[in-house]
Every structure is written in structure tokens, then in C-alpha cells.
Design a protein around this ligand. Structure first.
Ligand code: IPD
Ligand code: CA
Ligand code: CA
Length: 267
């Protein structure tokens, strides 16, 4: 594993430690106690256990650093210089149903700017990581977004919509509409973090989703950018919006895809 800095090593070690218990929990999925947190969004005992291990490890290395984590919220809120952004399991629904497609995602901000990110898929043993200015990596290899320049040869991915989404038009209609417009296959795998990682690694040519949280995308943003990818925030439009609508892709199909998505939205 080519880790570029002590900080990446801290994230990596925390994820490796947490993933051991996560893998065990995945093996005993039926026994997990599940409680609902809201529509389409489940919290599991494994979620909390994973989060606890990651946070303990990160705090051991830097007791005063800030943390924003999906389940527990904020720690050391006053620290505006350094902050970890954690999604202990991205793809909880997959996890709960025994589908081996989910990841731990940890991003790191310096003075409010995202500078490091690591996304670890514990079942496939795949690590995507990047540090600002040092490129993006998949396990031991450097990764780049795909070079495809025509939507019609591309493979696209999306997620959602959430049940309470204002854009909750029938998902099948949405697919049919978009498919007709873009003439390309569309996948929906159920993990935003892995969706972005796959664009970074050139497995997907684009991934978009509406109404994501910051922890879903923080690590992915660094990895994607360092892999030469683009991220666009669409209506309302910024990383700080409460509802982050993102479109991630290589630069070559960005305009064509955006035009198709915008067209779909106004129809
Ligand atoms: C979810 C996953 C899913 C996406 C949802 C996210 P969670 O995160 O990324 O792919 O469609 O919008 O909330 O709840 O599994 O951490
Ligand atoms: Ca998530
Ligand atoms: Ca989660």
C-alpha cells in the first residue's frame, strides 16, 4: 500500500482495525439488531461499533482534532483547523441484506479544505485513497478516471432517490427517461462512496445522485479530484448545501451528461 503521509497511515490503520469487526459482523448478519433511523436509512449495531473503533483510533493519534461522523455527530467542534469526516458504513442497506458492497469512508479537512480521503471496501479488500497533490490510488496502483468521450460508450451509475425526495418521480420512469436520453447503461449499486471511487478508478464513467450528506462524499471528493475527475454540485449547488446533488465524471462526457440530466429535470 503506497501511503503518502503519516496522516494517510493513521486513517488506513483506523479503517483496517474497524474493518475486522465489520467483516465479522457481516458474517453474522442475521443476528444483528436493527433499528430504523428514518426512511431508507438504517442504523445497525455494526455501524456504531465500526464508528467507535475508527474514532478511538483517530483520537489516539490526534486527541484534539475535530470529528464529524454520521452516527455520533461532532466531537471537538471548536477545532476548525483539522477535522475528520467519517461514514462508518456507506451502503448500510446492502450490508443489512448480506450484499457485499459497502465501504468505510474517512476524509480529512485542513482549515475547511478536504485534503485526504480513504474509502475501504472490506469484503473485496479494495482501498481507494488520495491526498491532495499526490494523485489517487487503488491498493498499490495509481488510478485515473476513464478516457471515454462519448456517453453512448459509457457505463453510468446513480443512487437514490430518497423516499422524502422532492424528486421522487418513479425511479423506473427516471431510468427510462435518462436511458433514452443518454443511450448508455445505468447501474445503481447502493454506495455513494464506492460510486465515486469507481469513477475515480475508471470503472464507471459517471456517477450522480441527489441529496447526499457530506460524510457520503467527503473522502470521495479528494479521491475523484486526484484521479482527474470532475464533481459538479447541481441545484442548490455547493458542498455546504444541506442537500448535495452531485454529478461526478471524467471531463470528456461531462457536458453531454449534464445536458441529458438537466433536460430530464425540466421535462
Ligand atoms: C447511503 C448510500 C446510498 C445512497 C444514500 C446514502 P448510508 O449511505 O451511500 O448509496 O443512495 O443516499 O445515504 O446510509 O448507507 O451510509
Ligand atoms: Ca453514507
Ligand atoms: Ca452510513
Amino acid at each position: 500500500m503506497r501511503l503518502n503521509s503519516p496522516r494517510m497511515t493513521v486513517i488506513y490503520n483506523a479503517c483496517m482495525k474497524a474493518s475486522k469487526s465489520l467483516i465479522r459482523d457481516f458474517g453474522e448478519i442475521e443476528k444483528l439488531q436493527v433499528s430504523t433511523k428514518g426512511p431508507g436509512d438504517f442504523v445497525t449495531a455494526a455501524d456504531k461499533r465500526t464508528e467507535k473503533i475508527i474514532i478511538e483510533e483517530l483520537l489516539k493519534a490526534h486527541p484534539d482534532y475535530g470529528i464529524l461522523s454520521e452516527e455520533i455527530g461532532e466531537i471537538n467542534k471548536e477545532n476548525k483547523e483539522h477535522r475528520w469526516i467519517i461514514d462508518p458504513i456507506d451502503g448500510t442497506l446492502n450490508f443489512l441484506n448480506g450484499i457485499p458492497h459497502f465501504a468505510i469512508s474517512v476524509g480529512f479537512e485542513e482549515k475547511g479544505e478536504l485534503v485526504c480521503g480513504l474509502i475501504f471496501d472490506p469484503i473485496k479488500n479494495e482501498t481507494f485513497f488520495a491526498e491532495k497533490g499526490s494523485g489517487a490510488f487503488f491498493n498499490n496502483s495509481r488510478i485515473r478516471v476513464s478516457k471515454k468521450n462519448k456517453l453512448k460508450n459509457s457505463i453510468l451509475a446513480t443512487g437514490g432517490p430518497k423516499f422524502n425526495s422532492p424528486k421522487k418521480n418513479n425511479i423506473f420512469q427516471e431510468y427510462i427517461k435518462i436511458s433514452n436520453l443518454v443511450d448508455a447503461p445505468i447501474r445503481k449499486f447502493g454506495s455513494a462512496a464506492l460510486g465515486m471511487s469507481y469513477v475515480a478508478a475508471g470503472r464507471f464513467d459517471a456517477y450522480w445522485e441527489w441529496e447526499l450528506n457530506y460524510w457520503d462524499i467527503a473522502a470521495g471528493i479528494v479521491i475523484l479530484k486526484e484521479a482527474g475527475g470532475f464533481i459538479e454540485f447541481i441545484e442548490p449547488g455547493t458542498i455546504n448545501s444541506t442537500k448535495r446533488n452531485i454529478l461526478t465524471t471524467n471531463s470528456s462526457i461531462l457536458d453531454e451528461l449534464k445536458a441529458a440530466l438537466v433536460k430530464k429535470n425540466i421535462e
